[in-house]
Ligand binder design. Sequence first.
Ligand code: TGC
Ligand code: FAD
Length: 388
Amino acid sequence: MKAYQSPDFLNMSSLYSEEEKMIQSTVREFVDKEIMPHIAQHYENGTFPKNLIPLLGELGTLGSTIQGYECAGLNYTSYGLIMQELERGDSGIRSFVSVQGALCMHPIDAFGSEEHKKKYLPKMAKGQLIGCFGLTEADFGSNPGGMITRAKKDGNDYILNGSKMWITNGGLSDLAIVWAKDDAGDIRGFIVDRGTPGFEVRDIKNKFSLRASVTSELIFQDCRIPASQMLNVKGLRGPFSCLNNARYGIAWGAIGAASACYDEALNYSQTRIQFDKPIGQFQLVQVKLVKMITEISKAQAMTLQVGRLKDKNLARPQHISMIKMNNVSIALDAARASRDILAASGITYEYQTSRHLLNLESVNTYEGTEDIHKLIIGADITGLEAFR
Ligand code: TGC
Ligand code: FAD
């Protein structure tokens, strides 16, 4: 089997700075050395490779766009390239980094007090403290505005009651960013330290997808937290602004998963002989490979453009919806086409395609389903909302 080559048909790397290329190749080597040899076993066992956490911190991947507080302060293209390379390894590893950085460190940086930032961010950047993000509830997924978790004011404290479902990193976490409605019905965010009485975490087992990632339920029963742990933001704008960063990272990550599947299918097609020829010589197989590389190339171009806009603070949430929706969808198509080319071999752990395929089913659902992103873009272009 040939070494992994990131597909770059349109020479997109000519548009990256030297620093961006260096970051990409560093993370790629990290994935080859630290993730690829062990990830299939973790997937089979249903375990997250915790040994990677300090290494991901040392590499500067945790909260990588945050300035100060011992974070790397990278631009959004570099952040995207990190996510692309990590998800080439496994969506679960990218998920871990997304949640830690975009969904937990970002709200502390954007909406936390100076004390919060000093207390949490440097340790989170090193992977010494792990965060999770609780927005979704069992009955409120696509419609988080309907959440029933409540934060009732009681003197200088808030008392949390409710539960959050499908929470990445829950069982690994030292703190949770939890979104709940206050007495006025406004959505507020709270930093809840693990170990606070009344805060319980239960891991969700028996998953087909994202098996090398921890997914949990968070339960709050009369969980008393100081009002000083509340973030300075009100309404859905708070959690959604975190989702903008996470969805952007997912869009890059999905290109990594698609590229891994393409690379595997291409290599296989050049070596697998049927009817006395490599199967890559058959036109029908070539059509599948051509479709894959074309869609990957289109995704790379669109995503870099959104990255450059984001670096200039010009990316709109609807731009991010488009790349999240498109890239995960084309990655799923690439994974299915690769599985088809690998045929029987494609169902084994010896190949990575089916692992990516099953992971991508979750990636398509979380952070807004494919259809929710279609509706977000539809509302933007027509001016007519179709959510309700
Ligand atoms: P809507 O009325 O449209 O908006 C409410 C308020 O929020 C503002 N807003 C945004 N602000 C910043 N960024 C965005 N992307 C924003 N989108 C909306 C909006 O301006 C408004 O502000 P204000 O001040 O006027 O109140 O809200 P809606 O309730 O009608 O929602 C519509 C819809 C469907 C788009 C939204 O609910 C949605 O996006 N649903 C999808 C839910 C979702 O993505 N959940 C993700 C949970 S976290 C997760 O999945 C982590 S996975 C992690 C991993 O493992 O990688
Ligand atoms: P539902 O909202 O019930 O949707 C079901 C179906 O109905 C979908 O096909 C959807 O597209 C469709 N639908 C819903 N509304 C409409 C509409 N208005 N018009 C048309 N179609 C519609 N959440 C967190 O808060 N934090 C996390 O860390 C987190 N991690 C996750 C990890 C994994 C592995 C998974 C699978 C989920 C995670 N989630 C997390 C939850 C995730 O964000 C939700 O699953 C997602 O938002 C969809 O919600 P739902 O599953 O309840 O689906």
